[in-house]
Design a protein around this ligand. Structure first.
Ligand code: AMP
Ligand code: FES
Ligand code: ZN
Ligand code: ZN
Length: 316
């Protein structure tokens, strides 16, 4: 197989695009596609200050690399969740983010959940709902809260995450299985900051396959953590990704078509405006972040129930 542009031996064949490229052309193709998505979905303007949420995984580090190459002013934030048993997941991913930033002279902020908030994610999960709450659901809530806080406090125009097409299609399939209207309405490449305390959230890799972000990271020699979070085993997202991969195998492009057709249907009014529940948002009585819960937000209630008295409370 040969590169469509220069005829050199191809490093990757993307069946869904009927496109094979050599290494040099592929590592330029990814930023081009990313920039197209940024423009198409009006994610950000050049000159806006962006915050990239980096986990130490291939997607978010590849995204930071791409945004940097495209000339965006993009700082990084890593949230250390305190998941340290076994392989030392948090410490390892933190070190990879730090060395990535240092090698490129980029600015990385690290927020340690145990140091700032007094307990690790596994500890909070154990103590919340008598241990019936899974670390991953606690983790998602805590990450969203902290990322929004940093973005808001430090005046970033938008928060960029490394969600790729496989992530988006898996979440979409999951939500479509239960017709979760609120989630479906809110699933989009860009979530506007619809009220003052809310950061704009963007997913510049939403049309890029996971296989391609992995190939990009390898070709760019980005060191990333190969292991998944130890709590993700058996997660529904992995299950839906597997199903979609089987469909993709039979019909190249199935994942992309599923996701893009969903966005188009939404644009055409498939879901009623207002189903997202966004209009019910108000400020949390404790931390001031937007919430739909009456009184305090889910983050503040979680922490109140899960941390012993005397530990540092969530910062306002
Ligand atoms: P995940 O929910 O683990 O699939 O991650 C989705 C995206 O969230 C990643 O691509 C990152 O942009 C961001 N993210 C995940 N974990 C962290 C973390 N510990 N610190 C900062 N950002 C993260
Ligand atoms: Fe959050 Fe696994 S529990 S990354
Ligand atoms: Zn080429
Ligand atoms: Zn709160």
């Amino acid at each position: 197989m040969r590169c469509r542009i220069c005829g050199a031996p191809a490093a990757i064949n993307m069946r869904q695009h009927k496109l094979a490229l050599c290494r040099a052309h592929f590592v330029d193709w990814i930023p081009e596609q990313t920039e197209r998505a940024i423009d198409h979905y009006k994610m950000a303007d050049r000159g806006e200050k962006l915050l990239v949420a980096v986990s130490g995984g291939k997607d978010s580090l590849a995204l930071w690399d791409v945004l940097h190459r495209l000339g965006y002013a993009a700082d990084g934030v890593y949230i250390d969740l305190g998941i340290d048993e076994g392989i030392g997941y948090s410490g390892k991913s933190r070190a990879l983010c730090e060395s990535f930033a240092a090698a490129r002279g980029l600015n990385l902020q690290v927020v340690s959940v145990p140091a700032v908030y007094g307990a690790s994610i596994p500890d909070v999960a154990k103590k919340s709902m008598r241990g019936r709450r899974k670390p991953c659901s606690v983790c998602g809530l805590v990450k969203r809260h902290i990322m929004n806080r940093i973005c808001r406090e430090q005046g970033y125009a938008a928060l960029a995450t490394g969600h790729n097409l496989d992530d988006e299609a898996a979440v979409l399939l999951h939500n479509a299985m239960t017709w979760s209207g609120g989630y479906l309405v809110r699933q989009a490449p860009v979530l506007a900051a619809t009220r003052p305390g809310l950061a704009r959230k963007i997913k510049p890799f939403c049309r890029i396959y996971e296989r391609e972000t992995a190939a990009y990271a390898l070709m760019q020699k980005i060191e990333y953590i190969y292991e998944e979070c130890p709590y993700s085993e058996g997660s529904s997202t992995l299950y839906y990704k597997e199903i979609l991969n089987r469909m993709e195998e039979d019909r190249p492009g199935a994942k992309l078509q599923f996701y893009l057709a969903f966005l188009q249907a939404k644009d055409q009014g498939l879901f009623a405006p207002g189903a997202s529940g966004e209009s019910d948002l108000h400020e949390c009585a404790q931390c001031g972040q937007p919430t739909s819960a009456p009184g305090k937000c889910a983050f503040c209630r979680l922490w109140e129930n899960a941390t012993p008295p005397g530990l540092r409370p969530p910062s306002p």
